[in-house]
Design a protein around this ligand. Structure first.
Ligand SMILES: Cc1cc2nc3c(=O)[nH]c(=O)nc-3n(C[C@H](O)[C@H](O)[C@H](O)COP(=O)(O)OP(=O)(O)OC[C@H]3O[C@@H](n4cnc5c(N)ncnc54)[C@H](O)[C@@H]3O)c2cc1C
Length: 444
């Protein structure tokens, strides 16, 4: 039996992205009442914003098993399991049909602005565990309260890109230069985007998969528009680690992305600036930007900046929920050491479920990308296993919740303690990697 009260109420799932809809499919398969609350007007609203990006995971790792079962009852045809979708096809061929199959249990155009225990702020102990959750939402029609027996927050981190500023706050002048700074990977096939960057001096900041994609795209653009210049800002002392492990990555497409980016950087019009942690952004009289690093390096004549330095979770809507998060990563405390790029080493990440994700607020869970806080190593498969286990726990099936039913792909890239600053120190693969780069590396 579930130890949660009020079985007559739905489980509220925040977000109709891959993780939220996976939770919903699990809830449906257990015949439990639920409501998915989605701010956007379509399923996978965040994924659609990177429609042009090809995933490095094949379809076989992007379809949740309970979701596939449900979809098969609707006459849905599974995509080729070995093919690699774009964000757009992932949303069109899987997330949308899945949301359709879930019917009225998915509410669009409904933004969660707060989660609390009914009538009790975070301070109040009395009767807390027995009380229902109240989810505060905003819709075009106004405000509303939704009661729930449990809450799974799968709202992702897409809305919270990190700033360019090296200390995690916007650099001096960064906000004022917003018209020339993009925080998401551009679609270089789109005419307006090409016009924006072609023939310009473009800065790319970051060393993760998105930054690599942007470098590849800009170098291709420079072939057609040779006056295009690219400056790549790397916070570490050397870029070597950014490409390490590409050859041994079990996610072949992720490894290939690394290799292509390395080639692009070597052959293209890319100037790399190491140890560049941006302190200020100034606008010259001709409108171009001058970037200055914390240690006084100056980069001027910049037309455009593409800052791809990771994401962070929006925890503001959870201010009245009792959370136990790691102070560094803002991920559940037990999960953090498994994914922290400062301490991570090969083999130390394990698939995890309800037990690791549990919070002091009984019945509240973070799942999907948001559960990783500021760590960027999240894989969709991990989210599927998280939601399977969380739903089992809410259902009272503790045995299933405790089981780990996942094998994650191995990667060649690992980090060691101090990986961020010490380019010479070795991780368990004999190399190090930056915070945006550390992927999961698991074989149970
Ligand atoms: C460019 C890119 C490529 C990636 N490629 C891969 C890959 O190849 N393989 C892989 O395994 N992983 C990949 N990932 C990582 C990860 O799997 C995806 O980010 C995935 O979309 C995360 O799913 P999610 O459901 O946790 O979050 P999201 O996809 O961000 O979904 C969250 C949903 O919540 C909604 N929402 C947000 N706030 C609220 C609110 N307050 N109220 C209501 N709704 C809200 C959003 O509109 C959105 O629909 C990639 C990520 C990115 C950004």
């Amino acid at each position: 039996m579930s130890n949660l009260q009020h079985p007559e109420l739905p489980v509220a799932v925040i977000g109709a992205g891959p993780a939220g809809l996976a939770a919903a499919a699990q809830l449906r398969s257990r015949e439990m009442s639920f409501l998915v609350i989605e701010a956007g007007s379509v399923a996978g609203a965040a994924v659609r914003e990177w429609s042009h990006v090809r995933l490095f995971s094949p379809w076989s790792e992007l379809i949740e098993p309970a979701a596939a079962e449900l979809l098969e009852t609707t006459g849905w045809t599974s995509p080729d399991r070995d093919a690699y979708p774009t964000g757009g096809t992932w949303a069109d061929d899987y997330l949308r049909p899945l949301a359709d199959a879930l019917g009225d249990s998915v509410r669009f155009g409904t933004r969660v602005v707060g989660v609390a225990k009914r009538g009790r702020d975070r301070l109040v102990d009395s009767g807390r565990e027995d009380e229902t959750f109240t989810v505060h939402v905003e819709t075009a029609a106004g405000e509303e309260l939704i009661s729930a027996r449990a809450v799974i927050d799968a709202s992702g981190t897409w809305s919270g890109p990190n700033p360019l500023g090296g200390d995690g706050l916007p650099a001096l002048g960064e906000r004022g230069a917003a018209d020339r700074i993009a925080y998401r990977i551009p679609d270089f096939a789109e005419p307006g985007t090409r016009a924006r960057y072609a023939g310009r001096h473009v800065v790319v900041a970051g060393t993760g998969a998105s930054a690599k994609g942007a470098l590849i795209g800009l170098v291709a653009l420079a072939e057609e528009h040779p006056s295009t210049r690219v400056s790549w800002l790397v916070r570490r002392a050397s870029v070597g680690a950014a490409f390490a492990g590409s050859d041994s990555d079990e996610l072949a497409e992720r490894g290939a992305l690394g290799r292509r980016a390395e080639e692009a950087v070597a052959s293209g019009p890319v100037r790399t600036l190491n140890s560049f942690r941006t302190a200020s952004v100034d606008r010259a009289s001709d409108g171009t930007l001058t970037l200055t690093s914390v240690d006084g390096q100056v980069l001027d004549g910049v037309d455009e900046v593409i800052a791809l330095t990771g994401f962070r979770p929006d925890l503001s809507m959870l201010s009245e929920i009792r959370l136990d998060l790691d102070p560094v990563l803002e991920a559940p405390r037990q999960l953090a050491p498994l994914i922290d790029p400062n301490v991570h080493s090969c083999g130390s990440v394990e698939p995890h479920g309800a037990k690791v994700l549990a919070q002091p607020e009984v019945g509240f869970y973070l799942a999907g990308m948001k559960s990783y806080g500021r760590a960027t190593s999240f894989l969709t498969l991990t989210g599927f296993e998280q939601t399977r286990s969380i739903v089992a726990e809410i259902a009272g099936d503790h045995e299933s919740a405790a089981r780990v039913e996942l094998t994650l792909p191995e990667t060649g890239v690992c980090g060691g303690s101090g990986a961020f600053d010490d380019a010479a120190s070795g991780g368990c693969c004999g190399t190090t990697a930056g915070p945006e780069l550390i992927p999961l590396s698991v074989r149970p």
